[in-house]
Design a protein around this ligand. Structure first.
Ligand SMILES: Nc1ncnc2c1ncn2[C@@H]1O[C@H](COP(=O)(O)OP(=O)(O)O)[C@@H](O)[C@H]1O
Ligand SMILES: [Mg+2]
Length: 246
Protein backbone atom coordinates (compact mmCIF):
# COMPACT_ATOMS: atom_id res chain seq x y z
CA UNK A 1 0.00 0.00 0.00
CA UNK A 2 1.21 3.52 -0.77
CA UNK A 3 2.27 5.69 2.14
CA UNK A 4 -0.22 8.44 2.97
CA UNK A 5 2.71 10.84 2.73
CA UNK A 6 6.29 10.39 1.62
CA UNK A 7 8.66 13.33 1.93
CA UNK A 8 12.15 12.86 0.49
CA UNK A 9 15.15 15.16 0.74
CA UNK A 10 13.15 18.38 1.05
CA UNK A 11 15.27 21.53 0.98
CA UNK A 12 13.94 25.08 1.51
CA UNK A 13 15.89 28.33 1.68
CA UNK A 14 14.65 31.87 2.28
CA UNK A 15 17.47 33.95 0.83
CA UNK A 16 20.56 33.01 2.78
CA UNK A 17 18.50 31.23 5.48
CA UNK A 18 18.63 27.48 5.04
CA UNK A 19 15.40 26.44 6.78
CA UNK A 20 14.94 22.82 5.66
CA UNK A 21 18.12 20.87 4.95
CA UNK A 22 16.96 17.56 3.47
CA UNK A 23 13.83 16.46 5.32
CA UNK A 24 12.67 12.85 5.07
CA UNK A 25 9.30 11.88 6.48
CA UNK A 26 7.18 8.75 6.08
CA UNK A 27 3.56 8.71 7.24
CA UNK A 28 1.70 5.40 6.83
CA UNK A 29 -1.99 5.14 5.91
CA UNK A 30 -4.27 5.58 8.89
CA UNK A 31 -1.46 6.68 11.18
CA UNK A 32 -1.61 9.58 13.64
CA UNK A 33 1.79 11.14 13.27
CA UNK A 34 3.09 14.06 15.33
CA UNK A 35 5.79 16.47 14.16
CA UNK A 36 7.62 18.09 17.06
CA UNK A 37 10.65 20.32 17.42
CA UNK A 38 11.80 23.67 18.75
CA UNK A 39 10.36 27.00 17.58
CA UNK A 40 11.86 27.98 14.27
CA UNK A 41 12.81 24.38 13.38
CA UNK A 42 10.86 24.63 10.11
CA UNK A 43 7.69 22.69 10.98
CA UNK A 44 5.18 25.19 9.57
CA UNK A 45 7.41 25.73 6.54
CA UNK A 46 7.29 21.99 5.86
CA UNK A 47 3.46 22.15 6.04
CA UNK A 48 3.54 25.06 3.55
CA UNK A 49 5.55 22.92 1.13
CA UNK A 50 3.36 19.83 1.56
CA UNK A 51 0.14 21.81 1.11
CA UNK A 52 1.43 23.73 -1.91
CA UNK A 53 1.63 27.21 -0.38
CA UNK A 54 5.33 27.33 -1.19
CA UNK A 55 7.67 25.34 -3.43
CA UNK A 56 10.66 23.37 -2.20
CA UNK A 57 14.12 24.11 -3.61
CA UNK A 58 14.79 20.39 -3.81
CA UNK A 59 13.22 17.06 -2.93
CA UNK A 60 9.96 15.24 -3.56
CA UNK A 61 6.57 15.06 -1.86
CA UNK A 62 4.27 12.13 -2.67
CA UNK A 63 0.75 11.84 -1.21
CA UNK A 64 -1.14 8.57 -1.64
CA UNK A 65 1.18 7.64 -4.50
CA UNK A 66 0.68 10.95 -6.36
CA UNK A 67 3.64 13.28 -6.82
CA UNK A 68 2.43 16.64 -5.49
CA UNK A 69 5.82 18.38 -5.36
CA UNK A 70 5.36 22.10 -6.08
CA UNK A 71 1.66 21.68 -6.98
CA UNK A 72 -0.60 24.55 -5.88
CA UNK A 73 -3.11 24.11 -3.01
CA UNK A 74 -6.10 23.66 -5.30
CA UNK A 75 -4.32 20.70 -6.97
CA UNK A 76 -3.41 18.96 -3.72
CA UNK A 77 -6.71 19.53 -1.88
CA UNK A 78 -7.97 16.19 -3.20
CA UNK A 79 -5.24 14.48 -1.18
CA UNK A 80 -4.89 16.63 1.88
CA UNK A 81 -6.44 19.38 3.96
CA UNK A 82 -4.66 21.55 6.50
CA UNK A 83 -5.36 23.93 9.31
CA UNK A 84 -3.10 26.85 10.18
CA UNK A 85 -1.18 27.84 13.26
CA UNK A 86 -3.47 30.86 13.54
CA UNK A 87 -7.20 30.49 13.20
CA UNK A 88 -8.55 31.01 9.68
CA UNK A 89 -12.34 30.93 9.84
CA UNK A 90 -14.54 33.43 7.97
CA UNK A 91 -15.62 35.66 10.86
CA UNK A 92 -18.42 37.30 8.87
CA UNK A 93 -20.08 33.99 7.97
CA UNK A 94 -22.13 31.77 10.24
CA UNK A 95 -20.54 28.65 11.71
CA UNK A 96 -22.63 26.48 9.41
CA UNK A 97 -21.75 28.56 6.32
CA UNK A 98 -18.04 28.16 7.11
CA UNK A 99 -18.54 24.41 6.97
CA UNK A 100 -20.71 24.67 3.84
CA UNK A 101 -17.89 26.55 2.10
CA UNK A 102 -15.41 23.84 3.04
CA UNK A 103 -17.75 21.07 1.91
CA UNK A 104 -18.49 22.93 -1.32
CA UNK A 105 -14.80 23.50 -1.98
CA UNK A 106 -14.21 19.79 -1.60
CA UNK A 107 -17.11 19.04 -3.92
CA UNK A 108 -15.73 21.23 -6.70
CA UNK A 109 -12.18 19.86 -6.55
CA UNK A 110 -12.84 17.44 -9.39
CA UNK A 111 -14.98 17.59 -12.50
CA UNK A 112 -17.15 14.62 -11.54
CA UNK A 113 -17.85 15.85 -8.02
CA UNK A 114 -18.80 19.31 -9.24
CA UNK A 115 -22.32 18.00 -9.74
CA UNK A 116 -22.65 16.95 -6.14
CA UNK A 117 -26.15 18.08 -5.14
CA UNK A 118 -26.30 21.01 -2.72
CA UNK A 119 -28.22 18.72 -0.39
CA UNK A 120 -25.12 16.56 -0.01
CA UNK A 121 -23.00 19.63 0.75
CA UNK A 122 -25.52 20.61 3.38
CA UNK A 123 -25.62 17.13 4.90
CA UNK A 124 -21.86 17.04 5.12
CA UNK A 125 -21.71 20.48 6.76
CA UNK A 126 -24.32 19.46 9.33
CA UNK A 127 -22.57 16.18 10.09
CA UNK A 128 -19.32 18.07 10.73
CA UNK A 129 -21.16 20.63 12.85
CA UNK A 130 -22.30 17.81 15.15
CA UNK A 131 -18.88 16.15 15.15
CA UNK A 132 -17.13 19.31 16.34
CA UNK A 133 -19.78 19.98 19.00
CA UNK A 134 -20.97 23.33 17.62
CA UNK A 135 -24.54 22.43 16.63
CA UNK A 136 -25.94 24.94 19.13
CA UNK A 137 -23.88 27.72 17.49
CA UNK A 138 -24.76 26.85 13.86
CA UNK A 139 -26.28 30.24 13.02
CA UNK A 140 -23.89 32.41 15.05
CA UNK A 141 -21.23 34.41 13.24
CA UNK A 142 -17.89 32.62 13.48
CA UNK A 143 -16.35 35.85 14.80
CA UNK A 144 -18.49 35.51 17.93
CA UNK A 145 -17.14 32.08 18.87
CA UNK A 146 -14.60 31.71 21.66
CA UNK A 147 -11.03 31.07 20.56
CA UNK A 148 -11.31 27.36 21.40
CA UNK A 149 -14.56 27.13 19.44
CA UNK A 150 -12.92 28.83 16.45
CA UNK A 151 -10.13 26.25 16.56
CA UNK A 152 -12.75 23.49 16.66
CA UNK A 153 -14.31 25.12 13.58
CA UNK A 154 -10.86 25.23 11.92
CA UNK A 155 -10.67 21.49 12.46
CA UNK A 156 -14.17 21.04 11.06
CA UNK A 157 -13.25 23.06 7.95
CA UNK A 158 -10.24 20.81 7.33
CA UNK A 159 -12.31 17.68 7.93
CA UNK A 160 -15.36 18.76 5.91
CA UNK A 161 -13.34 17.99 2.79
CA UNK A 162 -12.94 14.40 1.60
CA UNK A 163 -9.17 14.58 1.93
CA UNK A 164 -7.72 11.38 3.39
CA UNK A 165 -4.72 13.20 4.90
CA UNK A 166 -5.23 15.95 7.49
CA UNK A 167 -2.45 18.37 8.49
CA UNK A 168 -3.02 20.34 11.70
CA UNK A 169 -0.59 23.06 12.77
CA UNK A 170 -0.63 23.52 16.56
CA UNK A 171 -4.38 22.90 16.98
CA UNK A 172 -4.27 23.44 20.77
CA UNK A 173 -2.03 26.52 20.84
CA UNK A 174 -3.51 29.27 23.04
CA UNK A 175 -6.00 26.94 24.75
CA UNK A 176 -6.23 26.26 28.43
CA UNK A 177 -5.76 22.70 29.70
CA UNK A 178 -9.47 21.81 29.66
CA UNK A 179 -9.98 23.24 26.16
CA UNK A 180 -6.88 21.45 24.85
CA UNK A 181 -8.04 18.12 26.28
CA UNK A 182 -11.42 18.55 24.62
CA UNK A 183 -9.81 19.57 21.32
CA UNK A 184 -7.55 16.52 21.37
CA UNK A 185 -10.50 14.20 22.03
CA UNK A 186 -12.22 15.87 19.09
CA UNK A 187 -9.17 15.37 16.87
CA UNK A 188 -8.89 11.74 17.92
CA UNK A 189 -12.53 10.93 17.10
CA UNK A 190 -12.90 13.04 13.96
CA UNK A 191 -9.72 11.76 12.31
CA UNK A 192 -10.74 8.12 12.74
CA UNK A 193 -10.19 6.32 9.44
CA UNK A 194 -8.01 9.14 8.04
CA UNK A 195 -4.32 9.91 8.30
CA UNK A 196 -3.21 12.72 10.60
CA UNK A 197 0.00 14.73 10.64
CA UNK A 198 -0.08 17.18 13.53
CA UNK A 199 2.39 19.79 14.79
CA UNK A 200 1.98 20.03 18.55
CA UNK A 201 3.98 21.52 21.41
CA UNK A 202 2.12 19.92 24.30
CA UNK A 203 4.14 16.77 24.93
CA UNK A 204 1.42 15.08 27.04
CA UNK A 205 -0.92 15.54 24.10
CA UNK A 206 1.65 14.27 21.61
CA UNK A 207 2.47 11.15 23.56
CA UNK A 208 -1.23 10.39 24.07
CA UNK A 209 -2.39 11.02 20.52
CA UNK A 210 0.41 9.90 18.20
CA UNK A 211 1.16 6.44 16.85
CA UNK A 212 4.50 7.77 15.66
CA UNK A 213 6.49 10.95 16.24
CA UNK A 214 9.07 12.71 14.06
CA UNK A 215 11.44 15.25 15.56
CA UNK A 216 12.54 18.19 13.39
CA UNK A 217 15.59 20.05 14.63
CA UNK A 218 17.45 22.73 12.65
CA UNK A 219 15.83 21.70 9.37
CA UNK A 220 16.36 17.93 9.64
CA UNK A 221 14.31 15.03 11.01
CA UNK A 222 16.64 13.59 13.66
CA UNK A 223 14.31 10.75 14.76
CA UNK A 224 11.06 9.14 13.64
CA UNK A 225 9.66 6.43 15.88
CA UNK A 226 7.02 5.29 18.38
CA UNK A 227 6.30 7.57 21.34
CA UNK A 228 8.13 5.21 23.74
CA UNK A 229 11.24 5.10 21.54
CA UNK A 230 11.20 8.88 21.05
CA UNK A 231 10.94 9.45 24.78
CA UNK A 232 13.97 7.23 25.34
CA UNK A 233 16.03 8.69 22.48
CA UNK A 234 19.08 10.53 23.84
CA UNK A 235 19.56 12.71 20.75
CA UNK A 236 15.93 13.87 21.04
CA UNK A 237 16.28 14.53 24.76
CA UNK A 238 19.41 16.59 24.16
CA UNK A 239 18.01 18.53 21.22
CA UNK A 240 14.46 19.10 22.36
CA UNK A 241 12.67 17.07 25.01
CA UNK A 242 15.13 17.93 27.76
CA UNK A 243 13.85 21.48 27.57
CA UNK A 244 10.10 20.87 27.39
CA UNK A 245 9.18 17.42 28.78
CA UNK A 246 7.74 17.25 32.23
N1 LIG B 1 8.42 33.38 4.21
C1 LIG B 1 9.54 33.36 4.94
N2 LIG B 1 10.58 34.19 4.66
C2 LIG B 1 11.70 34.16 5.38
N3 LIG B 1 11.92 33.35 6.43
C3 LIG B 1 10.94 32.51 6.77
C4 LIG B 1 9.69 32.47 6.05
N4 LIG B 1 8.90 31.52 6.62
C5 LIG B 1 9.61 31.01 7.64
N5 LIG B 1 10.83 31.59 7.73
C6 LIG B 1 11.87 31.26 8.70
O1 LIG B 1 12.03 29.86 8.69
C7 LIG B 1 12.33 29.38 9.99
C8 LIG B 1 11.36 28.29 10.34
O2 LIG B 1 10.09 28.85 10.56
P1 LIG B 1 8.80 27.94 10.82
O3 LIG B 1 8.66 26.94 9.74
O4 LIG B 1 7.66 28.86 11.06
O5 LIG B 1 9.22 27.18 12.19
P2 LIG B 1 8.33 26.36 13.22
O6 LIG B 1 6.95 26.21 12.65
O7 LIG B 1 9.05 25.06 13.40
O8 LIG B 1 8.34 27.15 14.49
C9 LIG B 1 12.27 30.58 10.92
O9 LIG B 1 13.59 31.02 11.15
C10 LIG B 1 11.48 31.58 10.13
O10 LIG B 1 11.85 32.88 10.49
MG1 LIG C 1 5.10 26.84 13.30
Amino acid sequence: MNAALEVRGIVKRFGATHVLRGVDLHVAQGERHALIGPNGAGKSTLFDLISGRARPDDGRIVANGADITGKPPQRVSRWLARSFQTTSVFGGLSVLDNLRCAALGAASSSVIDRWLPSRRVDDRAHAMLDAIGLAARADDLAARLTYAEQRALDLGIALATDAPLILLDEPTAGMNRAEATRALDLIRTTTQGRTLLVIEHDMDAVFNLADRISVLVRGRVIASDTPAAIRANHDVQDAYLGGVAS
